[in-house]
Design a protein around this ligand. Sequence first.
Ligand SMILES: N[C@@H](CCC(=O)N[C@@H](CS)C(=O)NCC(=O)O)C(=O)O
Length: 228
Amino acid sequence: MVLTVYIDLLSQPCRALYITLKLHNVTFKTQYISIEKGEHRTSEFTQNISRFNKLPVIDDDGFKLTESVGILRYLAKTKTIRDSYYPQDAKKQARVDEFLEWHHTNLRSLCSPYFIRKWILPKFFGKVTPADKLRPYFNQMVACLDNMERLWLNSDGLYIIGDQLTAADIWAACEIEQLTMTGYDPKMGRPKLAAFLERVRNETNPYFDEAHKEVYEYAELDKKNSKL
Ligand SMILES: N[C@@H](CCC(=O)N[C@@H](CS)C(=O)NCC(=O)O)C(=O)O
């Protein structure tokens, strides 16, 4: 049975997984689930797909798995994933994992709270967070992006780890790119981050743009609306 992937491309880990699969020519069937419409919270989803009610989820011939990084590691063992992308050598793999772990407790934990309050809650649920309540979330996102610039992109390498694209770059770029939907430009004042994002996009296109189609459309729309 062909690998089935349950995703919503407005979700960062879903985009990272989608790009990974496309980059490696893995055959898969996409099952789009709308988080906005609550399709991940139906009893059918809970019973048959995932009790965690989160995306992405894969179903590989009846083997269902959640957590994008866990899925990446499973794919690296069961499909043809380039060694440079998720290396099998213990030390090289540990470097990619080092970033992926940092990502979850930093980029994701410190940037998405602002993204959720500034964009998701008003857009989909009509819940507006007052500016003074938003400020601490904004500040923690800015500090985290500064750390990305200062701590991870401070070497002469082209990517987060050396000169070759790894999964770390995709997980990072997908997280950072979505912040543009809030009207904030993460590249501004961060030249290394700007060059990095451009490089990742160029290296992985057309898949990066395919995955980010809705993100770009919303970012453009919000830019226009904020000018009105
Ligand atoms: N750590 C998980 C995160 C999964 C996650 O939080 N997915 C979000 C979308 S980005 C989701 O499904 N949210 C739906 C909800 O919480 O209701 C991963 O990397 O896969």
